[in-house]
Design a protein around this ligand. Sequence first.
Ligand code: ADP
Length: 306
Amino acid sequence: MIEIAELTKRFGRTIAVDGLSFTVRPGQVTGFLGPNGAGKSTTMRMIVGLDRPTGGAALVGGVAYARHRAPLCEVGALLDAKAVHRGRSARRHLLALAQTHGLPARRVDEVLGAVGLESVAHRRAGGFSLGMSQRLGIAAALLGDPAVVILDEPVNGLDPDGVLWVRTLLKELAAEGRTVLVSSHLMSEMAVTAEHLVIIGRGRLLADTSVDELIARVVVDRTVVRSPRAAELSDLLVRRGARVTSEASGQLQVSGLAVETIGEVARRHDLTLHELTPARASLEQAYMELTGDSVEYRDERERSAA
Ligand code: ADP
């Protein structure tokens, strides 16, 4: 379990993380989502003690990371895949890490196998592609068989096979009862990977919810209507206060009126309907609505900085 309470981090005048509180529970994959610059990496760095909070606390298994006696066996983290000793082979990099925790060389070979790097284990890690570096970073995170796994944008730079592999691995780790926190700026990726979502913008919590709850929260006010007498129906709906756009095919996009009302109006005027479909919110729409302000804010800052 990861417990974040009122966590805050300032860099000079920038507030990267702003009074953030949430809990990450074991047994499920929790997606940590937000636009670029939202504060995801800074939060993860504070969880593993790489950045010191300006305020608040981040606890792993009830204890601050730095106070764990064998942190690699408590928390496995992939934060920056390129942060390896470039001249060392993949195997030597992992062996060096293993030695700091008294883990046997056998464990290094196990994780190299688990991430599919056996055949390049003796190659210099500095020459690895981003995808191979991500795999090596994941191997390092799993080395101590930790109960908590934290991965920052792990599918960046992976080919489609690699993306699928990470997705499956995360689900397996969660099914084993581990706590899994994985960040991404892409809702499309988290929608198929995570069961629970923590969404932040400008360092603040925007949502802490299951994927299903998030979809249910978004009301999308748009109905697709088809009728052989579309023009007549459109006039009637506009008179009731709807906004209507007509397509050449006789299809109408109606907003501002409930789907039930549209059906009633059609029945009362004896207009046949061939379609009456309320649009369902996609997770992507839900995410855009939630984070819209945070993204605009950043755009403004970027413009004024330019
Ligand atoms: P994310 O991971 O969601 O993209 P980050 O945590 O990397 O967001 O960044 C959050 C904010 O903090 C950004 O505005 C970023 O520019 C700023 N920031 C992050 N690290 C530093 C740092 N070491 N010094 C100054 N500003 C930083």
